[in-house]
Design a protein around this ligand. Structure first.
Ligand SMILES: [Zn+2]
Length: 341
């Protein structure tokens, strides 16, 4: 039976993988560029939405190029806070009850320091949370293309500023040729400081980086993990250990991680018992929403109501939220999830 798109929009959802600088509203991008005197590739919100959408990238690197545009206007604490607040509002509008927002705080200098960027985003998320009730947390990202010392500085700043809202450290950016182990010290510092760990892997490079992210960097979740099936032994290990995968269908097509949506391995991993989750990665560059990702999983990958409920529950269960808050959240959303049939 086909579910309605509206029922998926109403379904209470958690999102674990979305990039702040990939989720700027086009109109906000224009307003911020105007204020900062930055030239953009288009002058209207619709025109900008078209230019920023990555349809035919050849690889992850080409896709990531678009982020330079958004980062160019996110060079003040006001801009960072505004975009963070609007992202929570956009999430709340599609029944996202819990949101983990990730970004690299080292990309806003010299105007904004690493610590200043973290504080600005926390301020914006707090305002969004107060206005909507959607719980929002931060994942601080190191970038593979920046020196490991920068990742370490980010991890240490995140630990120093760890109130209850900075919950984890991640490694993002162009993957091929940049093994996660090079940033091991940053992962160790984050873990020693009480942060949780996730790592982009198996997106722009093969399963060997997933193995390394788990074995060397001690990642607790994997960002994407699409190419896990290349290593059957590792696939079994991920299923046995119930390592969550933060999957992003539309983005994986746009980065050419999969050739077509139909070829996406999400349903395979779900059937193996791996706790897969659905995420947007980037609302602007992928022109998507979390509702759209659930819709694609339903209409293209054939996930039925029970499977979609399971995917939604996976995201709540594997959130990097403190145990007490998570238990309370799960108690609130479980009866609502059961309404999807
Ligand atoms: Zn990502």
């Amino acid at each position: 039976m086909t579910l309605s798109r509206e029922s998926l929009a109403r379904l209470p959802k958690a999102e674990l993988h979305t990039h702040l600088d990939g989720c700027v509203r086009p109109a906000t991008l224009l307003a911020l560029a105007d204020r900062a005197g930055v030239e953009l590739p288009a002058a209207t919100p619709d025109g900008l939405a078209d230019v920023m959408l990555v349809r035919h990238a050849h690889n992850l690197e080409e896709y990531l190029d678009r982020y330079k545009v958004t980062v160019s206007v996110l060079q003040s604490t006001e801009a960072l806070a505004r975009v963070a607040q609007e992202l929570v509002q956009d999430a709340a509008a599609e029944a996202i009850r819990y949101l983990e927002v990730r970004f690299c705080p080292a990309l806003h200098a010299p105007g904004v320091s690493i610590e200043g960027a973290l504080e600005a985003v926390l301020d914006g998320l707090r305002a969004g949370e107060q206005a909507t009730g959607t719980i929002a947390r931060v994942i601080a990202c190191g970038l593979r293309t920046l020196p490991p010392a920068t990742s370490l500085a980010i991890a240490r700043a995140a630990v120093r500023h760890r109130d209850t809202r900075i919950v984890a450290f991640d490694l993002a950016g162009a993957e091929a040729g940049h093994p996660p182990a090079a940033h091991r010290e940053a992962f160790d510092a984050a873990r020693d400081g009480g942060l949780r760990l996730t790592c982009h892997a198996g997106e722009g490079a093969g399963a060997e980086y997933i193995r390394e992210a788990l074995a060397v960097c001690h990642a607790e979740r994997i960002g994407h993990g699409v190419r896990l099936a290349e290593d059957p032994g590792l696939e079994t290990e991920v299923a046995t250990r119930a390592i969550p995968l933060e999957m992003c269908l539309t983005s994986n097509v746009h980065t050419r991680t999969v050739e077509t949506l139909e070829a996406h391995p999400l349903a395979r991993y779900l059937a193996l018992g791996i706790p897969v989750t659905l995420n947007t990665d980037s609302r602007l560059m992928d022109r998507t929403s979390l509702t759209q990702e659930y819709w694609l999983a339903h209409t293209t990958l054939g996930l039925d109501a029970a499977a979609l409920r399971r995917v939604a529950l996976n995201a709540f269960r594997h959130a990097f939220l403190e145990d007490g808050d998570k238990t309370a959240l799960l108690k609130r959303v479980t009866p609502e999830l059961e309404e999807l049939a």
